[in-house]
Design a protein around this ligand. Structure first.
Ligand SMILES: [Zn+2]
Length: 394
């Protein structure tokens, strides 16, 4: 099966190339914001939904009066209109939030189609730059690529991401179905009784981050030292994001390999039920990213993800006799049912989640390679223009 997969590498632009990239990021941001403003006003005042062609015409007009827009690749500007149009389509189809204005302080990016870049002898040539940009190929680039996204993060690192079409070999079918409970003390608890701890590195980075943030808050606004401190904070953020991604990729790939179907809880509500202060932000981001990865990998490998109803009392049911017992406060880690069986709270919940998923699978007709259950759209990332599979390759 052909699938889109992204291959992301660090790039090392020269000072001159950084200048061009900065200019392009700026122009793309300007075009995005100007047209977003126009579209928003048209929609608010007249209820008009502006389409891509109209924005494209508008861009031509703007370029006549705003000459500096002509200094960067026109493909990058066109692509930002396409991205914006996709964001609006998502919004109108209730798949995403209303598009936001782009800010200079966030990650900057622009996209080029293969008419505006060329990869030759491992070197990347882009429109408007004479010399190629140095790419560090940390793993082989596979498949046929048709577009790239060049980005710069808050830690001042530059990346190129190739969107490639690759042949993904499906995994051999297996018989196993697993239930997965998501938690804080243990990140994942499976119906097999396996408990996977959250990544220690994250907690370590977290402490460092808190220290750096305290230091940053003491620096004078607008000072050079403050800027330096800001970049330090951004670098730790980037490290946290990198190690989280790596951890989640390994885990989601393993679960997808080992199981034909995976049953999880509905994330929209988990957020509310399991609302603890402790490392909540991290857990939140990790849960939704984890489920997102499971979903697109399931699609690649013809596996099934089943979401069980958020109102299903997975921690109250005795997985051995089926009795629904009283609600238990969170500090109760094990309990004994009247039937005599003693349960580990989380493993019991994971077994119940699996049972609920089995029931859902039994009554649903087509469920291969897709997502069953309440939420079809992941809560986070719904606004992203590319399909989830575009963004990370693993
Ligand atoms: Zn029982």
């Amino acid at each position: 099966m052909k699938q889109n997969k992204s291959f992301k590498y660090r790039i090392y632009p020269t000072a001159e190339q950084k200048q061009l990239l900065a200019q392009t990021f700026g122009c793309v941001r300007y075009v995005w914001n100007t047209l977003l403003d126009w579209r928003s006003k048209e929609y608010a005042l007249n209820g008009t939904k502006i389409n891509y062609n109209s924005t494209s015409k508008k861009l031509t007009e703007i370029k006549q009066t705003t000459e500096w827009l002509n200094d960067v690749s026109s493909v990058a500007l066109q692509q930002t209109l396409r991205n914006q149009d996709a964001a609006f389509s998502n919004f109108f189809a209730k798949r995403g939030k209303y598009p936001k204005f782009k800010r200079k302080s966030n990650t900057q990016s622009f996209r080029l189609m293969d008419t505006a870049y060329r990869l030759k002898d491992g070197k990347l040539y882009i429109a408007k730059s004479k010399d190629p940009i140095e790419v560090r190929f940390s793993r082989p680039l596979e498949g046929e690529h048709s577009s790239i996204t060049i980005s710069k993060d808050a830690a001042d690192r530059y990346f190129v991401s190739f969107c490639s079409e690759v042949e993904i070999e499906s995994l051999p079918k297996v018989d196993k179905i697993i239930g997965v409970d998501l938690g804080l003390t243990d990140f994942v608890i499976t119906s097999d009784g396996e408990k996977i701890k959250p990544l220690k590195a994250l907690i370590k980075h977290q402490t460092k981050l808190a220290k750096l943030q305290r230091r940053l808050s003491k620096k004078q606004k607008g000072s050079n030292n403050r800027n330096k401190a800001k970049i330090k904070v951004a670098k730790v953020h980037a490290k946290i994001a990198d190690s989280r991604k790596d951890f989640l990729h390994k885990l989601s790939t393993r679960l997808i390999r080992e199981n034909q179907s995976i049953v999880t809880e509905d994330l929209n509500v988990i957020g509310m039920i399991k609302n603890h202060k402790l490392a909540k932000a991290i857990a939140d981001a990790s849960w939704s990213e984890f489920v997102r990865q499971l979903e697109y990998k399931a699609q690649w490998y013809c596996r099934t993800i089943v979401k069980c109803s958020p109102w299903y009392p997975s921690s109250q049911i005795c997985s051995s006799c089926g009795t629904i017992t009283d609600k238990k406060p969170l500090h109760i880690r094990t309990w004994t049912c009247d039937c005599g069986v003693t349960h580990d709270r989380d493993i019991n919940a994971a077994i119940n989640i699996r049972t609920a998923g089995l029931a859902e699978l039994a009554c649903g007709a087509s469920s291969i390679g897709g997502v069953k259950g309440k939420t079809k759209t992941p809560r986070h990332g719904a606004l992203k223009q590319e399909s989830p599979a575009f963004r990370h390759g693993e």
